[in-house]
Design a binder for this molecule. Structure first.
Ligand code: ADE
Ligand code: ZN
Length: 322
């Protein structure tokens, strides 16, 4: 049983994390950068644990050096994603990897990404939107230029602000300035929490960063009061089960709390996070949810409706996709 052709809405991907290893290898060869140690013998990405994953991720990013590299990246990613039935995708994009937070450079990188996204939309019928992302382990001060880039370029392509990276660096309140800046500019917000940090990290993220979506959020499942709050306040979780299994945030598919959260009334959605890193695709996520928990077309229709409602795009785009 495969759900490859089922139409899918995906809210949680990292643009560089979607780069096929062969694409990054090609850029490395063009630029004569030796990053051979980040690849396995059979051509995948090689990492031992989450911290090492972040290092390998950043090493791969050193090959992405120009707006044109990002234009090619968006094309390669959307070709692959559209093949798995994804009709709408949101992706985290980081000014840190696109000119280091310089606003003029950021405009150029964005224009290149948007050009590729528009081309893919016309060719493949997939719509891409970007969420500007601060990188937590670069520290609170480094997230400020990212938030400024978000505030200055909010519009047709950039639709939100968020934070990814090492969740155990600092506490949510340390990052409030950036989230306040983005919120005051009118951007909807999401933040990685509860991938590693447990229920208290999710609770503090809601209190201090006032986000409407949480990246992962699975740590919340251990706190019944917090689960109730997520359900009541309709805080949407961007759940990435294959990523959690691969990085050993959970012990296996059967132990994943997505069903427990959903059954408690929490709005859950399903995404891939960084598909080639974690040997997953949206098809694989759906197929494994079917195999492990018996999810079928009506379950997937429900999570896609939740995802579309929670998407940060404007209502005209939402209606076009529905
Ligand atoms: N950046 C890319 N993937 C990530 C993940 N799963 N968690 C935090 N930061 C990330
Ligand atoms: Zn993520």
């Amino acid at each position: 049983m495969t759900f490859k052709s089922t139409p899918k809405v995906e809210l949680h991907t990292h643009l560089e994390g979607c780069a096929p290893p062969a694409f990054i290898k090609g850029l490395a060869a063009e630029k004569k950068i030796d990053i051979s140690k980040i690849f396995t013998a059979d051509g995948g990405y090689a990492f031992r644990n989450f911290d090492h994953f972040l290092q390998v991720y950043e090493a791969a990013c050193t090959t992405l050096q120009s707006p044109d590299d990002f234009r090619r990246l968006v094309s390669a990613v959307l070709d692959e994603t559209a093949a798995h039935g994804v009709v709408y995708m949101e992706t985290f994009v980081s000014p840190d990897f696109c000119g280091g937070g310089d606003l003029d450079a950021w405009h150029e990188y964005l224009a290149a990404m948007k050009e590729a996204a528009d081309e893919a939309e016309a060719k493949l019928g997939i719509t891409l939107r970007g969420i500007v992302t601060g990188i937590r382990h670069f520290g609170p001060d480094a997230c400020k230029p990212a938030a400024r880039c978000a505030a200055e370029t909010m519009g047709e392509f950039i639709v939100g602000y968020g934070m990814a990276g090492g969740e155990m660096v600092g506490r949510p309140a340390d990052y409030a300035y950036s989230f306040d800046m983005a919120r005051e500019a009118g951007l909807p917000l999401t933040c990685h929490a509860g991938e590693w940090g447990g229920a208290s990290m999710v609770a503090e993220t809601l209190t201090h960063l006032k986000v409407s979506r949480i990246g992962h959020g699975i740590g919340a499942a251990s706190d019944p009061a917090l689960v109730e709050k997520l359900a009541e306040e309709e805080i949407v979780l961007e759940v990435c089960p294959g990523s959690n299994v691969n990085l050993e945030a959970v012990s296996g598919w059967a132990a994943h709390p997505i069903v427990k959260l959903r059954d408690a009334g929490v709005p859950v959605t399903v995404s891939t996070d960084d598909p080639p890193f974690f040997h997953t695709t949206m098809t694989e996520e759906y197929d494994m949810l079917h195999k492990t928990f018996g999810w079928a077309e009506d379950d997937f229709a429900a999570i896609n409706a939740t995802a579309l409602k929670a998407a940060f795009c404007d209502d005209t785009t939402r209606e076009k996709i529905a």
